[in-house]
Design a protein around this ligand. Structure first.
Ligand code: TYD
Length: 211
């Protein structure tokens, strides 16, 4: 595969989306062809699944149901969008990928993280990011930022989760980073926007030089 796949992970309010856009512009200025995308979503069908996932329901949405819905959208996203872009030699930046499922449905909701990983292995056909930027932030700070931003579309299901859930998600991410230090780089997202972007560039730069 000629391109390079980089993902952004971390809690809501960590600034992932902003940093991804900054990195895309930075790479484009260097002459790279970049594709930005996100999960859940990224194709029309996967965006429809995203709307299902983020809507409120009059029944409890089971963790295992979530795993399959996220994985179904991901299967479509990988084959319809990510692989073709990588084949075309692009740098693909995704706002969330498999690590979100392992952190949220696995560590957060208490499903076996190994099982979540295996289901996603099927969904992605084994596609793994070359680099994952984990924007790490204490959950209290993430929730505070989200509230301050007062999103016009109101809170989604996940923002109503309690603080303990977000603590488990954070610990899950950090555990994944300990297991795969070569792929997952921890970024201190509590710093200023410019300082966070400096850390992001520092993690990406070595990959642009070598073959
Ligand atoms: P989104 O608005 O994309 O996230 P953000 O708040 O970071 O902008 O909402 C996606 C939500 O879905 C987010 O709370 C994390 C969650 N999620 C999972 O639980 N599992 C997954 O596999 C993915 C991709 C997201």
């Amino acid at each position: 595969m000629k391109g390079m796949f980089i993902t952004f992970e971390g809690p809501d309010g960590s600034g992932k989306t902003t940093q991804m856009e900054l990195l895309a512009r930075h790479l484009e200025l260097k002459g790279f062809k970049v594709l930005c995308t996100r999960e859940p979503g990224g194709t029309p069908l996967a965006e429809a699944i995203r709307r299902l996932l983020l809507s409120p329901w009059p029944e409890q949405v089971l963790g295992i149901t979530e795993v399959f819905l996220y994985a179904a959208g991901r299967a479509q996203h990988v084959r319809e969008k990510l692989l073709p872009a990588l084949e075309a030699g692009r740098i693909v930046l995704s706002d969330r990928f498999v690590d979100s499922s392992v952190a949220y449905q696995g560590f957060g909701r208490g499903l076996d993280p190994g099982l979540v990983g295996r289901i996603n292995e099927l969904a992605t056909g084994g596609l793994t990011p070359r680099l994952t930027l984990l924007l790490d932030l204490p959950p209290e700070e993430g929730l505070r930022r989200r509230r301050a931003a007062e999103r016009k579309d109101g809170p989604d299901r996940f923002e109503e989760e309690d603080l303990d859930f977000h603590r488990r998600v954070r610990e899950g991410y950090l555990e994944l980073a300990r297991r795969e230090p070569g792929r997952i780089k921890i970024i201190n997202a509590a710093a200023s926007r410019d300082e966070v972007f400096r850390q992001v560039r520092e993690a990406v730069e070595p990959l642009l030089e070598g073959p």
